[in-house]
Write a protein that binds this ligand. Sequence first.
Ligand code: TXA
Ligand code: MG
Length: 319
Amino acid sequence: MTRTLRLNATDRDTASRAAQALSGGGLVALPTETVYGLAVDAQNEDAVKALYAAKGRPSNNPLICHVTGQSMANRYVDICETASQLMTAFWPGPLTLVLPLKHGALIAPSVQAGLSTLAVRCPDTSAMQQVISTLGRPVAAPSANKSGRLSPTSANDVLEQLGGEVDMIVDGGPTRVGIESTIVGIMDGTVTLLRPGTVTPEMIANITGQAPKAHTGKVLTAPGQLASHYAPNAPVRLNALSAEDGEVLVGFGAVTSSLTLSASGDLDEAAQKLFSILRAADSMGAKRIAVAPVPDEGIGLAINDRLRRAAAPRGAGTQ
Ligand code: TXA
Ligand code: MG
């Protein structure tokens, strides 16, 4: 058990202290625009192994490498024309690209978990940008939660799940986007959607001229796809119009409740609040959490993806 040092993202020496902790093999929780990440030096195999252990993450679930931009990414992955277009359009921002690892690139083997591809993402917070550029190489960072639980959207969420197991946490306030990045894989110029997020299929199609393919692979290529994931403590009932006995109702739009994803039916707001509201419902001692319907379009696709996983039977596929 280590003591977790808490730093403020806006303090002058925070980035250098965080980069120093990372270069010494430490585990540092950092704010991204989506959710908090638990970062390690992506070239330090021992640190990556310690990260898997702290999260209780299965070793076959690869990590995203966070970079300062396309030129750092170019040192590690082969960037085709389509990938470059997407990076130019959406970086920095919540889009992760899974691309072939460049021959001879130096990345700790456990980051890729045996795959020949590497996921790269350029986060849109100055805290994370400064830490990576001070370190001078990518940080591998999954969401800073125990495996299978809700992703953290504040520094306190991280401390509740991983306090004592991380060396340092950089507090950048609540995250702006609230759900994890969109993940696409690109193979031979074809874009496949591996995880929906706030960069929607329409936004991707506008740039590439092709709608991303739905992921239908039998092989597990993004373990976030396991049925049960993002789970609060209480079971979840979807498409609820009112609360049944013992339930806490989470509203949206016309389905009103004191806990609502967005009273005005705004999908950006709903994404931003999703995990904190599920956590709040848990802490109210809900026997079950009933969630109002959210339209299955645009960012609603990503919200419903997370809700379906939160509602999936626990056990089979939990990680
Ligand atoms: O917004 C985000 O993406 C956050 C912040 C911290 O950046 N990170 C995040 O990481 O959500 P994580 O580890 O919780 O989810 C990453 C997902 C996993 O489902 C993993 O299986 C998938 O990305 N992934 C990573 N590398 C991959 C690869 N080479 N091929 C396919 N999927 C990959
Ligand atoms: Mg995660």
